[in-house]
Ligand binder design. Structure first.
Ligand code: GLU
Length: 281
């Protein structure tokens, strides 16, 4: 069967949206219209019988916009304070929107320590499993108000792949401000070709990744997306990178349509999440 068709049957799905996909470019404030579409899409996936986990960035961006700042602050303590304000705001909006569609949202905030500490990791996995069993939709972010350099993932692309591996999801969808993987940076090279499917993520593809992102608000570029792909596919999940400018794209992906770049699952027998975190992050 064609891999696009197979995506229709995926059951446990992690969806990551970047800060640039949920805020207005001009003001940095929350794009409520887009969030509404996102929550409706996710609620409908849930109604289709899928288990849904949302990894949402935006704590720092939303917090700094709420304080009237122009862009994210650069000092750590200011960023962390903004995250505390923004995360609460973001959750308030998610709670409200999800409840309108009769869904129960839950919040999980984690740091790298949650993953490398055996007991914490086991607890986190149990909590996810229990929430999914209860029919809730976990909304995940890095715990930005307490995590510092040594214990942070730093970007939600890799965090979402770690979550997908932790809970043995069968599909990870990364929605960002790019359409997918290109042979070169399409902003600078008009000959860059779009890649529809990556069956085997070898060095050839990694070389294509550029370390930068076009957006001011997000932190993950193509390189972090390929790291995410390496973790997710090795853990046994398919991964799709697609453009989050219109969240209806989620339904298109689950409907088997030809959007974004698919990285096919390539489950490694010896996959051990901690090794990947230590080696890649
Ligand atoms: N955790 C950060 C936040 O919520 C975002 C990290 C990212 O953009 O990948 O603001």
């Amino acid at each position: 069967m064609n891999i696009r068709e197979e995506l229709k049957d995926r059951k446990r799905i992690v969806i990551k949206i970047g800060a640039s996909s949920l805020t207005h470019k001009e003001t940095g404030r929350i794009n409520l219209h887009k969030l509404e579409v996102l929550v409706r899409e996710l609620s409908d996936l849930h109604n289709m019988g899928k288990e849904v986990v949302l990894v949402s960035s935006g704590a720092i961006a939303v917090g700094s916009a709420a304080l009237g700042m122009n862009g994210k602050p650069s000092e750590l303590e200011k960023k962390q304070a903004c995250a505390a304000i923004g995360q609460a705001r973001l959750m308030m909006i998610y709670q409200k929107l999800f409840s309108e569609y009769n869904q129960t949202a839950a919040q999980i905030l984690m740091t790298k320590n949650t993953m490398v500490n055996n007991l914490n990791r086991k607890n986190a996995r149990n909590t996810f499993n229990e929430l999914l069993k209860m029919g809730a939709i976990p909304v995940v972010n890095e715990n930005d108000s307490v995590s510092t350099y040594e214990i942070q993932f730093g970007d939600n692309d890799t965090l979402s792949a770690v979550v997908a591996a932790l809970i043995e999801a069968d599909l990870l969808i990364l929605l960002s401000d790019i359409d997918g993987l290109f042979t070169d940076d399409p902003n600078t090279n008009p000959d860059a070709r779009f890649i529809d499917l990556v069956e085997n993520l070898d060095d050839h593809f990694k070389d294509m990744a550029k370390g930068s992102t076009g957006s001011k608000v997000g932190t993950g570029g193509m390189a972090t997306k390929l790291t995410a792909a390496e973790i997710a596919t090795s853990a046994g999940a398919d991964m799709v990178i697609a453009n989050g400018s219109d969240f209806h794209v989620i339904h298109d992906i689950i409907g088997g349509e030809q959007v974004g770049t698919v990285f096919a699952a390539n489950h490694k027998e010896e996959f051990y999440l901690i090794d990947y975190i230590e080696r890649l992050l």
